[in-house]
Design a protein around this ligand. Structure first.
Ligand code: AMP
Length: 548
């Protein structure tokens, strides 16, 4: 029997319409290059999104076209989120901090038709002038007074374009499974891969993310997402905030600036903020060294990398602020798990609480998790057994753009049983708390950005005295993880770590230069002849990088 309920499509534009109607006065505060403190309310925001939709159609953008953004967290980027997806195009957020060749690869692979770029990103695009593929226009996200000089063809001004358009626009309704957004991840081997979100996945993710035990988004809160809007939709904050009418404070390019973040938090009375561990270390250092406080801040969510104990303890002891650790990926939109207490844990001692916060949290409804051993057997949730973490759910990727989405096929991240392999190794406690213990994917995450270990290994073995090389990520107090290069030398040869680093200097990007080089007689190998990275990580388990 069929149900008798309406088949309304889950549309991103419906969030905007809801916010405009119900929360017209709620503010969105931004830092931009052209304005240190821009303010607008959701009513003005919604009006500008409609103007932007008219801009897009005047520029010839069509349903399904990919529109790239290279920008920080600010109101114009928010307008692009809603204006592009709302009119049926794909909002393709690009990380401007990636290496230039990755940026051009991504623009070309996605076949972006128009790019919207922050003023600060224009030098990067100038440098990529000959490599911008099918891009027909570049819109600089500023007003006429701040337009940079450019040698690029068809460079347009965001505010000028907006001013020419009416705010009369009816958001179209279409299939909720239509692509709404796109984000490339370099957290896999090979070239960056495009994750494609839908209106449906984005809405369901925002709904789940707003639950009280998830982020607790509410109109009574003020949120400052420090996690970039170019990385997994700032963990869904741009959608959740408008859904519940929460004030948003957007730091623009001042992401890692302790002084700017402190000022924003205090002057805008921020209650909740989210970011990667490296950001919080920078903020805590700034607060402590200037003897400052952020009294309104009650909760901070940390993800993207394991949260060090020191962040949890410093926030609690000095700032009376609770750290909420979450785990997720670009491919999981990103919410997978997040910390929240269960009944009976209210009386936990400080130490017990910290131990819980050091875990990656509990599964969010909508995400099914399972851990598997090497032979594909599901392991128990006993907090001991550790295996490959696989997930499935309505906001988990079933494939990458341009690659097969047939489960089990080469290039598809989903196995024959429909599980997405995260590349993380984990245990799960009987009450559902996830603990990430290792990683099977061969990449290193430093300060929230991926570094390819293979790229470093290939560069190292080009040295005639090095016969084999392996790179693993090891804990680093500032960057959470940094690359350690382990080399086996040709027989009878000797090299110092300084000589190896000197050799690598002009072959790798600065961020990819290992922090240390170690020499061993032999690397461990798996039965199939691959370097056994898990074994190497065990050997170097308590490795400490030499002081810089
Ligand atoms: P990305 O797709 O760039 O967001 O990276 C996702 C990956 O970051 C995950 O697969 C994990 O390897 C890592 N990650 C994310 N959150 C955490 C966390 N809380 N603890 C440990 N690793 C994490």
């Amino acid at each position: 029997m069929q149900a008798l309920m309406m088949q309304s499509q889950l549309m991103i534009s419906s969030i905007l319409t809801h916010a405009e109607r119900n929360f017209p006065d709620v503010e969105m505060v931004s830092v931009t290059v052209d304005n240190p403190r821009h303010r607008q309310n959701y009513k003005t925001f919604a009006k500008r999104c409609r103007q932007l939709a008219n801009v897009l159609s005047s520029l010839g953008a069509k349903f399904g076209d990919r529109i790239g953004t290279l920008a920080w967290n600010d109101y114009r980027h928010m307008e692009l989120y809603y204006g592009i997806s709302g009119s049926g195009m794909v909002c393709h957020t690009i990380n401007p901090k990636l290496f230039p060749e990755q940026v051009s690869y991504i623009i070309n692979h996605a076949e972006d038709k128009i790019l919207f770029a922050d003023v600060l990103v224009m030098p990067l695009l100038e440098a990529l002038k000959a490599h911008l593929g099918k891009v027909e226009a570049i819109v600089v996200m500023t007003d006429s007074a701040h337009m940079p000089e450019s040698t690029l063809p068809n460079v347009l001004c965001y505010e000028e374009l907006l001013a020419e358009q009416s705010d009369d626009f009816d958001w179209p309704e279409f299939d909720e499974n239509t692509a709404s957004g796109m984000c490339y991840t370099s957290g896999t081997t090979g070239n960056p891969k495009g994750v494609v979100y839908s209106h449906r996945s984005t809405l369901l993710h925002a709904l789940a993310g707003s639950l009280p035990d998830v982020t607790g988004a509410s109109t009574m809160e003020t949120s400052l997402p420090v996690v970039p809007m170019f990385h997994v939709n700032a963990w869904g904050a741009p959608y959740a905030a408008l859904m519940v009418g929460m004030k948003l404070v957007l730091p623009g390019p001042k992401m890692a600036d302790g002084e700017a973040l402190t000022d924003l938090m205090n002057s805008e009375q921020v209650t909740f903020s989210s970011g990667v561990p490296t950001i919080w270390l920078a903020l805590l250092d700034y607060l402590d060294s200037n003897n400052l406080k952020v009294p309104s801040l009650t909760r901070v969510s940390v993800g993207g990398a394991a949260c060090p104990r020191i962040i949890i303890e410093r926030f609690r002891r000095k700032h009376d602020c609770t750290v909420v650790q979450g785990w997720g990926m670009t491919e999981t939109s990103p919410l997978g798990t997040i910390f929240s207490l269960k009944k009976g844990m209210e009386d936990y001692s400080e130490e017990q609480l910290t131990e819980m916060q050091l875990l990656q949290g509990r599964g969010v409804f909508g995400i099914e998790m399972c851990i598997f051993d090497n032979s594909g057997r599901a392991l128990p949730w006993d907090g001991e057994a550790s295996g490959a973490l696989k997930v499935r759910g309505p906001w988990v990727a079933k494939g990458y753009y341009g690659l097969t989405d047939v489960p089990g096929d080469e290039g598809c991240p989903v196995d024959k049983n429909g599980w997405f392999d995260t590349g993380d190794v984990a245990s799960i406690s009987p009450d559902g708390f996830l603990k990430i213990t290792d990683r099977t994917k061969d990449v290193i995450k430093s300060g929230g950005e991926w570094i390819s270990s293979i790229e470093i290994e290939n560069a190292a073995v080009n040295h005639e005295d090095i016969s084999e090389a392996a790179v693993i990520g090891r804990y680093h107090p500032k960057w959470t993880e940094r690359p350690l290069l382990i080399c086996v030398l040709q027989e009878g040869k000797s090299l110092s770590s300084e000589e190896v680093l000197e050799f690598l200097k002009d072959k790798l990007h600065k961020m990819a230069i290992p922090d240390a080089v170690e020499f061993i007689d032999e690397l461990p190998h798996t039965a199939t002849g691959k370097i056994n990275k898990l074994g190497l990580r065990q050997t170097f388990e308590n490795y400490e990088f030499p002081a810089a």
